[in-house]
Design a protein around this ligand. Structure first.
Ligand code: BG6
Length: 484
């Protein structure tokens, strides 16, 4: 755990909003040893003292123990660095060496690239040129934030570039959804409960719905988002990672290698669509102004190109060409400026036609809902006979709200990711093999169909449920989105 964590992009949004609060919480839980130091680097000139008070202002917003706060701030040093200036890296190197000696850190180094992806290559090259990282496996780590590429080709170039300078085992590729407790729990729910594992296949499951709905807009990330859109920003990574976890076969072991291997098998079987097929299986949307709610439209956000057709909403019907899942649609939905913030997985089971026939009544489907955020828990809907009347069946539910339990303190995803990083828990990170296949799936949808986007894109008022075309995607087969 003793380490020097250097954060590139140390004064960026991600660092302020996620990394320092997560590190601070770990410190409050006494999970950071004394010889854990942080070096924040960014372009602007400021002293360590000035930088610490910036971080302090933000951390004061969370409930904190003043003694731990002081201890935490004392861990931080600030270095002004231009990503492309090799001389600045030699200053960084000197600083690392001084801290290393002072705190007996024994060369344990982590370089966290929380910058725009444009800088990933130059930073790793300069780190290597200054001998701060090398090919030999060791106590050095590079952490790469999302997005890992903008398509398969750029992702492969980035990956090849990284491998020139550092060993695969020392690369940590972030998908923070893997740090969400209920996503990790899907494996335990599935494989430690025969009531679920026995029916987890095409014979019993009618369809699966994976939804990540956001009420926020694109905030101040217009420049990045306009080139990305919902397919690259959320589907290629977070939503497909959830799909992989829901659909994978039982691994031989719960270790990183076995779990990732099974997930990759699923990614390999994702059916891809050509441009003709896309409109049948995909609905895209973009939010427009909602004057009643006083919410601006996508085009009025900062950094958006005139006439931009970037999708802020995507709904997909996906098939997995794997014997376990033949014919079972997986529906994915995500969007900005929807009516609420919620991440859910819904499993709709097939109805027992024979029983319906015998009782001569139509039943509701059994539903299993895995609530990932903001509430965390499980909800199961099943059928029972009404009291005092024969043959009257109604749907009842059992709800387990994990996040409602007294004293339940959900660890933030970044807290879990960082703590996993310090302990080399690679299951919390994605591999190149996974990314390769998820890009192979996403590319044909996001790319050549660009010139058709106009036809695919519907507009929805900000703050609502998204475009109607997303409902129609399910209605054509008599299905609907389950409420969340
Ligand atoms: C990020 C996306 O990866 O995930 C953002 O770039 C999105 O656009 C965010 O808002 C959602 O994360 P969470 O944890 O708030 O669901």
């Amino acid at each position: 755990m003793k380490n020097i964590l250097t954060i590139f992009g140390g004064s960026g949004n991600l660092a302020y909003l996620k990394l320092y609060p997560a590190l601070f919480n770990l410190d409050q839980l006494n999970q950071l040893p004394d010889n854990f130091r942080i070096i924040a680097t960014a372009r602007s000139k400021r002293s360590t003292e000035e930088f610490r008070s910036e971080v302090e202002k933000r951390l004061k917003l969370i409930e904190s123990d003043p003694i731990v706060l002081e201890r935490f701030l004392d861990r931080i040093s600030y270095i002004s660095l231009s990503f492309s200036d090799l001389d600045d890296y030699s200053e960084l190197k000197k600083k690392i060496e001084t801290l290393d000696e002072e705190y007996s850190i024994e060369n344990n180094r982590i370089f966290y690239l929380a910058t725009s992806p444009d800088f990933f290559s130059v930073i790793t090259k300069n780190l290597s040129d200054q001998n701060m990282i090398n090919q030999a496996k060791g106590n050095q780590k590079i952490v790469i934030e999302k997005p890992f590429g903008t398509d398969y080709e750029s992702a492969k170039n980035l990956n090849d570039h990284l491998l020139e300078y550092i060993h695969e085992d020392d690369i940590y590729r972030i998908d923070h959804y893997l740090g969400k407790d209920m996503i990790a729990n899907i494996l335990y729910l599935r494989f430690s409960n025969p009531i679920f594992s026995g029916v987890w296949n095409k014979d019993y499951i009618d369809n699966v719905q994976i939804v990540a709905s956001e009420d926020i807009g694109i905030e101040n990330r217009g420049r990045y988002y306009d080139d990305s859109g919902a397919l690259r920003d959320m589907v290629q990574n977070h939503l497909l990672q959830i799909l992989g976890t829901v659909a994978m076969e039982m691994p031989n072991d719960f270790d990183t290698h076995c779990v990732q291997k099974e997930k990759i098998e699923i990614f390999k079987c994702l059916r891809t669509y050509n441009c003709e097929e896309v409109s049948k299986h995909i609905a895209l949307g973009q939010y427009k102004e909602n004057t009643d709610e006083n919410l601006k439209g996508y085009h009025d956000e900062k950094g958006i190109k005139e006439g931009s057709l970037t999708e802020t909403f995507a709904a997909l019907e996906i098939f997995i060409d794997h014997p376990t899942w033949q014919g079972v649609p997986f529906y994915l939905k995500t969007g900005k400026r929807l009516d609420k913030k919620a991440v859910y997985v819904t499993i709709e089971f097939k109805k027992d036609k024979k029983a319906e026939h015998m009782i001569n009544k139509t039943f509701q489907s059994n539903i299993l809902q895995i609530k990932i955020q903001p509430e965390e828990g499980i909800n199961v809907k099943f059928n029972l006979k009404k009291p005092r009347v024969e043959d009257e069946i109604s749907s009842v539910e059992m709800d387990f709200c994990k996040s409602c339990l007294i004293d339940y303190l959900a660890p933030d995803a970044y807290e879990k990711i960082l703590s996993g990083l310090f302990k080399n828990e690679k299951l919390l990170f994605t591999t190149w093999e996974e990314l390769k296949h998820t890009w192979h799936f996403t590319d044909p949808i996001a790319k050549p169909c660009h010139n058709r986007k106009k036809d695919l894109l519907s507009f929805y008022p900000a703050g609502t449920k998204g475009p109607k075309s997303s409902d129609e995607l399910l209605e054509k087969s008599g299905r609907h989105w389950w409420p969340y």
